[in-house]
Design a protein around this ligand. Structure first.
Ligand code: C2O
Ligand code: CU
Length: 535
């Protein structure tokens, strides 16, 4: 059945395309835009400046935890409706942490515990999409206890708050918090419920640029309705591809850079789109950290494949460029994305001649050895005691995505007891993900652990993947092996595709660490820490 992309989008919007048609691989791209904006309202690349999300201020001075003597810092964010200024003339309603998109960045040191109070002050139903706005907050990239991990069914309804406890005992890393509400993660994250969270440690502070030269880039895509509100079309759960690329909530922004080395924490926060970023000069960037923090060794690459939820920290060396030169961060794209006129660009850097402090050695040092003893990367294949296989599939009859033939509906139906795997605490295992379909890619995310990518189709992983990860790009026809140790907590944790329309329909399952089915669980993900009515 030959359906052009333009037709698919139009039919999809009218709700007239059946599951069968959508199970086809995405091919032709004829559409000029996905947004329905008037021409004058449509943003264009490089007309606005890069902004940073504000850093969240703590609620007062830290206290000391009497049990272990560690400092505890309290924070509060309120989920509410807000307005974003994304388009030149129109305002865009969003749902945001503190009403902003992206939400405020949390920045903490290793060893400082955090209690994050998430207040749900959202309306009872989503103003545009109509679903109930119970939320669940996941700190993606942290080893949290199950009851603080944003388990999909651990929802806090409007009018309630929940205190999430984070230990921050792991190594430095770029992580993020986002909504994880059962079956509505995609709509809620797309509506704006996401933000970065930076965990610092002494090694990372010594090796990598800090402060103004440590730049968070949250990249997402969007499509807009005529009135400036966010359009949503997930093409019958195959994915949403917006025609507008946003960085920190601004369309294709420009950043002024000095002639030194900068660090960028790039989070792909798109619900479906993957990127292949590349500098317009063709010069390589230096990848220094992956999802789980510093790599053993820095890797130079000219471009990389970057799916939703993956984080890559890169260094760009602007020393050799001329004052006034513009360097673009372009997007070469990957298979099975839908591209539009300007989706081949992400943002631009304009080189300026301003001075800076040259006593800071990170200004001209491109480190090579970073974290050679990283625990995850030191694991050996021979340490694993078990190999499990999981197949990533689409059921063309029901239009449901499955992991190992199971869905989250199956997990719910089992009273949250069914698991993909029962794993011993401390066990080292290899999990192999197989995506036989040529029509889709799936960024697979395992909660709780960091893993090492061992192989892809029997070959070595890409150079930029040689660091600790919690999401792996399982491309078309690929078979990927990952190696990890399970811990430090016992309990049930989710595993899912991070193409969020896939996750919600219904490509998510769970595993259990160090417990048996129906055994009393003091860390039950739903019961152990209930939300509280907010007076
Ligand atoms: Cu970022 Cu379970 O997700
Ligand atoms: Cu998927």
């Amino acid at each position: 059945m030959a359906v052009s992309r333009r037709q698919v989008l139009l039919l999809g919007a009218a709700g007239a395309v059946g599951a069968g048609a959508m199970a086809l691989p995405l091919k032709s791209v004829e559409a000029k835009s996905a947004s329905r904006l008037r021409d004058a309202d449509m943003p264009r690349p490089y007309r606005t400046s890069l902004v940073q999300a504000p850093v969240l201020q703590p609620d007062g001075e830290p206290t000391i935890d009497p049990e272990d003597g560690k400092p505890v810092q309290r924070y509060t964010v309120t989920q509410r409706v807000g307005t974003a200024n994304i388009l030149p003339r129109l305002a865009t309603p969003v749902l945001g942490y503190n009403g902003i998109f992206p939400g405020p960045t949390i920045s903490v040191d290793q060893g400082t515990k955090v209690v994050l109070r998430v207040r749900n002050q959202l309306p009872a139903a989503h103003p545009q999409y109509g679903h109930v706005l119970g939320t669940s907050t996941h700190l993606h990239g942290a080893a949290s206890l199950p009851q603080y991990d944003g388990y999909a069914n651990d929802v806090s309804n409007p009018g309630f708050y929940k205190d999430y406890h984070y230990e921050n005992s792991q190594n430095a890393r770029t992580i993020w918090y986002h909504d994880h509400a059962v079956h509505h993660t995609s709509l809620n994250a797309y509506s704006g419920l996401l933000a970065q969270y930076h965990l610092h440690d002494p090694l990372e502070r010594e090796l990598l640029p800090q402060g103004e030269f440590d730049v968070a880039l949250t990249v997402s895509d969007a499509m807009f309705a005529r009135d400036g509100s966010l359009g949503y079309d997930d093409n019958d759960h195959s994915g949403l591809w917006g025609d507008v690329i946003l960085v920190n909530g601004r369309p294709w922004p420009v950043m002024k850079v000095k002639k030194r080395i900068y660090r960028f924490r790039i989070l792909n926060a798109c619900i479906s789109r993957s990127f292949r970023p590349r500098l317009s000069t063709g010069d390589p960037v230096t990848v220094v950290a992956t999802d789980g923090g510093l790599m053993p060794k820095a890797q130079q690459v000219a471009s990389w494949r970057h799916a939703g939820a993956e984080r890559y920290e890169i260094l760009i060396d602007f020393r050799k460029y001329r004052t006034g030169q513009r360097i673009e961060l372009r997007n070469l794209s990957n298979r099975n994305n839908v591209d539009y006129d300007y989706t081949n660009r992400i943002m631009a850097f304009d080189v300026v001649d301003d001075g800076f402090d040259k006593t800071d050695p990170t200004w001209n040092t491109l480190p090579t050895v970073l974290d050679p003893e990283n625990e995850v990367m030191a694991l050996k294949r021979s340490q694993s005691t078990r190999k499990r296989r999981m197949r990533l599939k689409h059921d063309d009859v029901t239009n449901i995505w499955t992991l190992d033939e199971s869905t989250w509906a199956d997990i719910i139906a089992s009273g949250f007891q069914q698991v993909f795997a029962d794993v011993d605490l401390g066990a080292v295992e290899i999990w192999e993900f197989e995506n036989k379909s040529g029509g889709w890619f799936h960024p697979l995310h395992i909660h709780l652990v960091d893993f090492q990518i061992l192989s892809r189709n029997g070959r070595a992983p890409f150079a930029y993947e040689l660091g600790p990860k919690d999401v792996v790009y399982v491309g078309e026809g690929e078979k990927v092996e990952v190696l990890m140790r399970f811990g430090p907590h016992r309990g049930r944790y989710m595993i899912h595709c991070h193409n969020l329309p896939h996750e919600d329909h219904d490509m998510m399952t769970q595993f259990r660490v160090g417990k048996k089915a129906f055994e009393p669980d003091e860390n039950d993900p739903i019961e152990a820490a209930r939300p509280v009515w907010d007076e």
